[in-house]
Design a protein around this ligand. Structure first.
Ligand code: FES
Length: 133
């Protein structure tokens, strides 16, 4: 495996009035840049990589990102969360629970703290605005 952790940060942009919103409008370009810098400062950039990504279909939780191979999805991420994600999750192996997307499509219910568990539908077609580009 080329990278021990591969982080994909959605930098998709839509018009500001688009009903789904977009991660770029939530500051994801800055997130990606700071994530890369923070990995470099810790000399982790050879084994961990933060890439920009197109829409991850988690728009309502932007700014959204996913960490592979862990399949851990984060939403509502801000610049102030980056160090915690790196230290706790990428280095320490403990995902940052408060940032995990509280939806069973992205996070198994068994991995969410009770206060974040929701009863949202599992079927993508049941989600609002799912068919919009
Ligand atoms: S715009 Fe970021 S997940 Fe869709």
């Amino acid at each position: 495996m080329r990278y021990s952790k591969h982080i994909f940060i959605c930098t998709n942009e839509r018009a500001p009035d688009h009903p789904r919103g977009s991660c770029k409008n939530c500051g994801s370009e800055g997130l990606r840049a700071q994530f890369k810098q923070a990995l470099k400062e810790r000399r982790l950039h050879g084994t961990m990589r933060a890439n920009s990504a197109g829409c991850l279909d988690a728009c309502e939780y932007g700014a959204a990102m996913v960490v592979y191979p862990d399949n851990v999805w984060y939403g509502g991420v801000t610049l102030g969360d980056i160090d915690e994600i790196i230290e706790s999750h990428l280095i320490g192996g403990q995902p940052v629970q408060r940032l995990r997307i509280p939806n069973k499509r992205y996070t198994p219910e068994s991995e969410l703290p009770a206060e974040l568990q929701t009863e949202l539908p599992l079927e993508a077609e049941q989600l609002p605005n799912n068919n919009q580009p």
